[in-house]
Design a protein around this ligand. Structure first.
Ligand code: NAD
Ligand code: UDP
Length: 319
């Protein structure tokens, strides 16, 4: 049995990861400051004697005897990471330093949740790992993009200088149950708007693209990455290659929900990437033929079910 620390464990991805790691017979410490995460996401794990939660902020050091660290702590939605940009970059950079320091001390392996945002508004399409990216260091997305880029650099330096076993994955847009109703990212926004009969907010002309991955596929990729041999650090892209415009996403959600919501066009946020699609050649090669199994429509159906019950719960509480 391994003892595994999941920072950001009460968030969307972290909560799925905690559940999976417990199912595989591990002991899990979930560390979170609940900025965007919620106890609701992990409450079903509270009865498990191998599950422990710690209210802590990764910008401060944390000490525990552990075998592995999944470093996920960081707000991921533009709305939330832009709320307090200084805190966001501190979370990425100081969080990585603190977790890498811990990994060094206890000889743990650390997996860093990096992001497709390291490619910025990409000029190479699809994006392979060797592409250095096109990131504005001074724009509203920089606190997140540059924070994650610096966290990758720190992983590389702790590996080279201190022989820390690190693994870097670059996660592409992921969605699924346990996303917050007010998460602010496109999939949750469109679903909540469609279910509430509100206008669907399309930013720009809706022709920009993203490649959406269902959360279970990501978790499988993360677990496989952690199991790669010592010294293999990536980075590895983890994402679904099927690319959609925001208009196509909106239409699919309207079809599934049967909603009569109308489209409402809003200004495109500054530095919003025009396109994004992962090249997953390396993931297939190094992660035992890993590839996404769940395609958009199937994943959206499961996610919409989750949001329907979350909205019902929220409405009942307000009665
Ligand atoms: P999320 O906002 O649901 O989860 C982030 C979690 O980290 C939350 O529980 C939050 O409370 C916690 N957190 C934030 N700051 C913290 C701090 N200073 N100390 C301790 N805990 C803190 O987002 P998510 O989508 O689950 O993202 C998880 C990780 O995956 C993030 O690092 C994100 O950058 C990365 N990622 C996600 C996506 C995606 O599409 N979901 C894409 C690329 C990368
Ligand atoms: N977007 C949109 N309507 C929304 C929220 C987002 O059209 O209500 C667009 C956004 O401008 C971007 C895409 O959807 O082009 C994905 O945005 P998200 O915030 O989900 O993630 P990211 O931009 O970080 O990929």
């Amino acid at each position: 049995m391994k003892r595994i620390l999941v920072t950001g464990g009460a968030g969307f991805i972290g909560s799925h990861l905690c559940e999976r790691l417990l199912k595989e017979g591990n002991e899990v410490i979930c560390l979170d400051n609940y900025f965007t995460g919620s106890k609701q996401n992990i409450v079903h794990l509270f009865d498990n004697p191998y599950f422990e939660i710690v209210r802590h902020d990764v910008t401060s050091p944390y000490f525990a005897e552990i075998d592995e660290i999944y470093n996920l702590a960081c707000p991921a939605s533009p709305v939330h990471y832009q709320y307090n940009p200084i805190k966001t970059i501190k979370t990425s950079v100081m969080g990585a330093i603190n977790m890498l320091g811990l990994a060094k001390r206890v000889k743990a392996t650390m997996l860093q949740a990096s992001t497709s945002e390291v490619y910025g508004d990409p000029e190479v399409h699809p994006q392979p790992e060797e592409y250095w990216g096109n990131v504005n260091p001074l724009g509203p997305r920089s606190c997140y993009d540059e924070g994650k880029r610096c966290a990758e650099t720190l992983c590389m330096d702790y590996h080279d200088q201190n022989n820390v076993d690190v693994k870097i994955i670059r996660i592409f847009n992921t969605y699924g149950p346990n996303m917050n109703l007010n998460d602010g990212r496109v999939v949750s926004n469109f679903i909540v708007q469609a279910l509430n009969g509100e206008n669907i907010t399309i930013f720009g002309n809706g022709e920009q693209t993203r490649s959406f991955q269902y959360v279970d596929d990501l978790i499988e990729g993360m677990i496989r990455m952690m199991k790669t041999k010592k010294g293999f650090m990536g980075p590895i892209n983890i994402g679904n290659q099927n690319e959609f415009t925001m208009l196509e996403l909106a239409q699919t959600i309207l079809d599934i929900t049967g909603s009569s919501s109308k489209l409402s066009f809003k200004p495109l946020p500054q530095d919003d990437p025009k396109q994004r699609q992962p090249d997953i050649t390396l993931a297939k090669k190094h992660l035992d033929n890993w590839e996404p199994k769940i395609q958009l429509r199937e994943g959206l159906i499961k996610t919409i079910e989750y949001f329907e019950s979350s909205l019902n719960m929220a409405n009942n509480k307000n009665l």
